[in-house]
Ligand binder design. Sequence first.
Ligand SMILES: O=C(O)C(=O)C[C@]1(C(=O)O)C=C[C@@H](O)C=C1
Length: 358
Amino acid sequence: MNNKDLETLRAQINNIDNNIIELLEKRSEIVKEIGKIKREKGLSFYAPERENQIYKTLDSLKLTYMNKNSLKAIFREIMSASIKMEEPLTISYLGPEATFTHQAAIEKFGTSLYYQSEESIEDVFFDVEQDRADFGVVPIENSIEGVVNYTLDMFVNSNVKIVSEIMVDIKHNLLSKANSLSEIKTVYSHPNALGQCKSWLKKHLPNAMLLETTSTAKAAKIAAKDKTAAAISSLAASALYDLNVLAKGIEDKINNVTRFLVIGKHIPSPSGEDKTSLMFSIHDKVGALYSILKIFYDNQINLTRIESRPSKQENWSYIFYVDIDGHIESESVKRAFDNLSEVVPFVKFLGSYPKYIK
Ligand SMILES: O=C(O)C(=O)C[C@]1(C(=O)O)C=C[C@@H](O)C=C1
């Protein structure tokens, strides 16, 4: 290909880019209208059910050249910019910067919004409750470590609702200012990450001292100040703290996924494929849990998870958390919720939200 060809092709791209920009301008004009209606009606500017519809449409396309994940990332950012045009929302997350929760938040809301890092899950809940943030992102469970009890417990006394969910593949990496493994004397990370990379550490750094930190991002911050130290952390942290990636994907089990929740104050409209989360306690008597599970069965509702936690009110009494298929606005879910309310001492609706799609 000679330079002339290259110039011709780039001129064609310039034309297409102009068309894309013109269309984005037209799209933005409509977005502004939507924003006005939402403000008048007190609706949520972020509409996860609508975003899922758009992602599903993209998923169903038959494309010749474009990679679907790339296309979705482009639309993620278009919608992020659109939300910002309607209302520049603030998203609170369990920080510091470059944690997996931060990554999850950006995956959900794109890069156009404001992000507010918090030191604890409790603070993320408080930010949303007290309107210091419009939405919050917190971890709820990991495929290896199990449920994040702290997040579950927060729902007992909080009135925030679950409005969306995110799944993130957890990839651990060894980051350091050093250039080779032989220089590493200490490895810092969150206890979960150290646990998830145990075999790799034993094989490649058998003599290193392992030290726990409150987050994987904090570990990266510490490692940035000591050339004999390394951190197990995300690639985002390697960029943020300018660290070398000495080894990629060092987790022992490859299927390491963390589920995060977006919390807010509005309940999204049904998307067609939704989940509902509920919390309840039961009477201390024979068959109590059985009779509750039967309510879901009788209403033909699929129960996708059940967790129990000590109620903290009296010893050996428990609170149950369930996720079911369907939206609270559907007849069967509404009926099941009403039936449940009649037989349990305490029940709380935690949210109906669209199921995660990658
Ligand atoms: O359809 C809406 O409710 C919009 O606000 C528009 C739009 C979009 O850009 O397509 C933007 C933000 C919402 O989260 C969903 C969709």
